[in-house]
Design a protein around this ligand. Structure first.
Ligand code: HEM
Length: 493
């Protein structure tokens, strides 16, 4: 039996389109013992505040209209007032609500702290709240921090946070914001982020990106492509329960149109990264005079796989091309040369995390695709830090990425990409060359090195010594559909 038609009013907005945002507050909470009936009633009051995919479509249309208007008047577009609210629960949160159904993802069930050794995270660097585990997260996005704060205040009032009858307790709050000025949209190492996302069948416009379109079930549970094995029309029984092979686990009915939400608190050591690029700068013909990049810029581009503008080195290997970087019709229109790393190292961050044609002979990449929704946190590098070439130890100056992504299966998605691709020196599989090495941006291992960085000597190894991305931990969550929140979660008591 087929599942009901996908209703974009029934899916949380961050999942398929991303809540529009200049800033974002992640409010991690625990549900207080003995308050479950009240919590469930209050959750019912939160549901109308939750932003759906359909609402994000409206918001995006308003933004596009404003941009067109500004273009016609040769002015800068106004930043329109808007906010968004979404909610997700961890396995511990589901159990606290006595929702005991097996949801069919062992990584979710075990929680992210169980992956510390798999990812070679240093547990002493994990935030204590993530080590202990949290029940859920409410995330609020907005066009300004004041709008986000007032929306958060509404949420806290609903659950009586801080008061005598509170049903939830604030465990941790993390705030993100896009970087200022020309760095807007760029992560803290300076590279344009959010360029390559999988297009979702029937939702995003494929022409938007030069990318393959993936089945809805790569992101949404219960839709065609969930686990990459559900045949057309889905494999559902009369109750819309759907099967996962090979284990034969049944996902609960209420999981339909939900998605697993992975959160990681990743600190970036920016002065140290820049210092490494300077010290290991690649040879380039006289840089500035000939319009060539600096040797440090070329090295950075070869570690990431893109120039800071977003232009892919697979298309423009020796010089940045900002116009290409900004053009969605061009900036993803490449698949890598499977037999060569002359244009892009096998281990470059974007090749490790989406190897494209490298996996054509191994079943493709579709089941591993994730939708990324991260945001930067922390201030810009200070002059003192830049001069010292070291990040300050003052926690107020910490910066990095609040990494977030969605998928229908964490074991196939985030967990696989981090553990079996980024951290795995032998990936992507290549015959007759030295092993590619580690993902230089997010790969973690006792020793970190990769080959292929020097375009002239492909086999030369580059020892990376330090890590510039430090994991402070995170959690695995599930983002239910609106109907699941209303009919299953609210009724959990
Ligand atoms: C602080 C940590 C990170 C930084 C600085 C970073 C930076 C970047 C940049 C600059 C890009 C290229 C632009 C784009 O396509 O969006 C990118 C792409 C990507 N990153 Fe990361 N990233 C980080 C963490 C992660 C993590 C933890 C994962 C997953 C395990 C990941 C997975 C991806 C994927 C799937 C792509 C798209 C590849 C493609 O389709 O071409 N990233 N990242």
């Amino acid at each position: 039996m087929s599942p009901p038609t996908l209703d974009l009013n029934n899916v949380q907005g961050d999942i398929l389109l991303g809540l529009p945002k200049k800033g974002q507050t992640f409010f991690f909470f625990n549900i207080n013992d003995g308050t479950i009936p009240d919590f469930c009633i209050q959750l019912g009051h939160l549901v109308p505040l939750i932003t759906t995919v359909a609402q994000v479509q409206d918001d995006q249309a308003r933004i596009s209209k404003e941009k067109e208007k500004a273009k016609a008047h040769h002015t800068n577009p106004q930043i329109l007032d808007m906010t968004g609210v979404n909610i997700s629960f961890s396995q511990k949160g589901l159990l606290q609500l006595s929702i005991n159904d097996e949801i069919g993802d062992p990584a979710f069930t075990a929680g992210q702290f169980a992956d510390v050794a798999n990812f070679a995270d240093d547990p002493t660097k994990w935030d204590p709240e993530f080590k202990a585990g949290v029940h859920g997260v409410i995330y609020i996005t907005g066009s300004s921090h004041s709008l986000i704060d007032s929306q958060l205040a509404k949420v806290k009032t609903i659950f009586g946070v801080g008061g005598p009858g509170a049903t939830i307790t604030e465990v941790k709050v993390l705030q993100g914001h896009v970087r200022p000025g020309d760095e807007t949209g760029h992560e803290h190492f300076g590279f344009l982020d959010g360029v390559s996302q999988p297009a979702i069948q029937g939702i995003s416009t494929p022409a938007n990106r030069g990318q393959e379109t993936v089945d809805q079930g790569v992101i949404l549970l219960g839709r065609e492509g969930d686990n990459g094995i559900v045949p057309p029309g889905g494999r559902h029984d009369a109750d819309f329960k759907f099967l996962i092979e090979p284990e034969g686990v049944t996902r609960p009915t209420w999981a339909l149109d939900g998605s697993f939400f992975v959160f990681r608190h990743l600190q970036q050591l920016v002065p140290e990264f820049n210092d490494f690029l300077e010290k290991n700068a690649l040879d380039v013909p006289i840089p500035i005079l000939l319009g060539n990049p600096s040797g440090a810029d070329l090295l950075g581009a070869r570690l990431v796989g893109r120039w800071k503008s977003g232009a892919p080195i697979d298309l423009t290997p020796l010089k940045d091309d900002p116009a290409m970087g900004a053009n969605p019709a061009q900036n993803d229109a490449f698949r890598f040369d499977v037999s060569s790393q002359a244009r892009c190292p096998f281990a470059a961050h974007i090749r490790k995390t989406n190897p494209r044609a490298d996996l054509d002979a191994f079943g493709g990449t579709e089941v591993r695709r994730i939708l990324r929704r991260g945001i930067q946190f922390g201030p810009e590098v200070t002059r003192a830090e830049a001069a010292a070439k070291r990040s300050s130890t003052d926690i107020k100056l910490e910066r990095g990425l609040l990494f977030a992504c969605y998928q229908s299966n964490i074991v196939n998605g985030f967990q696989f990409v981090q553990q079996s691709w980024a951290n795995n020196v032998s990936f992507p599989p290549k015959l007759g060359v030295p092993t590619p090495g580690i993902d230089p941006i997010i790969g973690q291992a006792a020793t970190r090195a990769l080959v292929g960085v020097d375009p002239d000597v492909a086999t030369k190894e580059l020892d990376l010594t330090a890590e510039w991305v430090v994991s402070k931990g995170g959690e695995y969550f599930f983002s239910p559909s609106i109907s699941a929140l209303r009919d299953t979660f609210v009724q959990a008591a």
